[in-house]
Design a protein around this ligand. Structure first.
Ligand SMILES: Cc1ncc(COP(=O)(O)O)c(C=O)c1O
Length: 395
């Protein structure tokens, strides 16, 4: 991600070992994280960074929130794991809590381990419920890197990486009511959409678009899926984008979740309506690790912490603050997104801004749009912390 010079000291040997023994994934930032608290991380070399990328959009409750840590430790002392082959009190409580914050008619949870896996299962449920094959997804959306999810991803290089793609995936134009009416038809099993397209530069669609999308899916009997891996769990100013004002109140048949759901413990989920869940029978779906006790303790504690600390209200307040501060910065051309998922459009390359901020010890994210920088901070980020970003951008 960054071209900033590597630091010296213990970091050098940490980097050398990881590069030697781990298959390449992302371009890494030039430090190793040793400790985190709230919006801050400390490196092996003793530096302190303000994390406005939230541990890759994961640490919505902040790094190592004490309530989440306590719940995980307590569960670890009881039992680490048993699968869905047995009943578990913590799994039941996590599912009940998640459903209780979800808009109707989402009434049941299916737990898995990641965002891509949640999307795979959502598309499978759509096919099972409709006995059709076709999946419609949108230009610019990102849904993950496993076979079906990457085949539903019409963004940059990803479908190419996923070749050979799964058949019966068709692209519609994000935000276009006309495209929705043309591409979604009576052969369509499911329609999957990232309601705010994060990687595509935090792109939004109009409430009218979401209303027309829902109407069209209902007309042809297609299952509507919101991929809320990034937008869900309070990030965009409400528990979910589903049912919110920017979505015109539209609630899909399935919402998929991951990232923030477990505050960093790997967990994904599908929230499902009765219409779809009633079509799923025993042994249609399965997972060894999904619904494991440690993950469930993390989910329950994450939802409790967000509620108890008023983080959703905070995400709305900090958005208002940041938008007003950014308006006076000359090379900022625009701001998109909601709550703690924001895209800042610059008059110039975002990766240069990213590198400059990293030198000021502030972590942000880039996107597939060269001049858009992304912010995905913990939902507990304060105005004081965000003022450090504003000052760095002015400097
Ligand atoms: C919108 C969206 N969907 C799905 C995924 C895939 O999630 P995971 O990396 O947990 O498989 C991501 C990951 O960035 C995402 O942003």
């Amino acid at each position: 991600m960054s071209n900033a010079a590597a630091t010296s000291g213990p970091f050098d040997s940490i980097k050398r070992i990881e590069d030697e023994f781990q298959v390449a994934t992302y371009k890494k930032m030039p430090f190793s994280v040793e400790r985190g608290q709230g919006c801050w991380v400390w490196t092996s070399n003793g530096d302190k960074y303000l994390d406005l990328y939230g541990g890759h959009a994961v640490c919505a409750t902040g790094h190592s929130h004490p309530h989440v840590v306590k719940a995980i430790k307590a569960q670890a002392d009881r039992v680490l794991f048993y699968s869905n082959l047995v009943y578990s009190d913590i799994r039941g409580r996590a599912a009940e809590k998640l459903v209780s914050v979800a808009p109707e008619p989402l009434s049941k949870a299916f737990f898995c381990n990641s965002g891509t896996e949640a999307n795979e299962n959502a598309m499978r449920m759509a096919r099972m419920a409709t006995r059709r094959h076709k999946i419609v997804s949108f230009s610019g959306g990102f849904h993950g890197r496993t076979a079906d999810s990457i085949s539903a991803t019409f963004l940059g290089k990803y479908r190419k990486i996923g070749e050979p793609n799964v058949p019966h995936h068709v692209e519609a134009e994000f935000g276009s009511i006309e495209s929705v009416r043309t591409v979604i038809d009576s052969e369509t099993a499911g329609v999957i959409i990232e309601p705010i397209q994060s990687m595509a530069g935090v792109r939004e669609a109009s409430p009218d678009f979401f209303a027309a999308l829902k109407t069209r899916c209902d007309q042809v009997g297609a299952v509507l899926i919101f991929d809320e891996v990034q937008t869900g769990i309070g990030r965009t100013g409400s528990w979910f984008f589903a049912g919110s004002e920017p979505a015109a109140g539209v609630v899909p048949d399935i919402v998929t979740l991951a990232k923030a759901l477990g505050s960093g413990i790997p967990v994904g989920a599908c929230l499902v309506s009765d219409r779809v869940s009633s079509e799923i029978k025993e042994n249609d779906l399965g997972t060894t690790f999904g619904g494991g006790m440690i993950a469930m303790a993390a989910v329950l504690a994450t939802l409790e912490a967000i509620e108890k600390d008023g983080m959703i209200e905070n995400s709305r307040e900090v958005e208002t603050y940041l938008r007003s501060e950014l308006a006076s910065i000359s090379n900022v051309k625009g701001v998109s997104g909601k709550g703690c998922l924001l895209g800042i459009e610059f008059d110039g390359a975002a990766n240069e801004v990213f590198s400059k901020l990293l030198q000021s010890k502030i972590i942000t994210g880039t996107s597939s749009v060269p001049n858009v920088l992304r912010l995905l901070p913990p939902l507990c980020v304060t105005k004081d912390e965000l003022s450090l970003l504003v000052e760095a951008l002015k400097g």
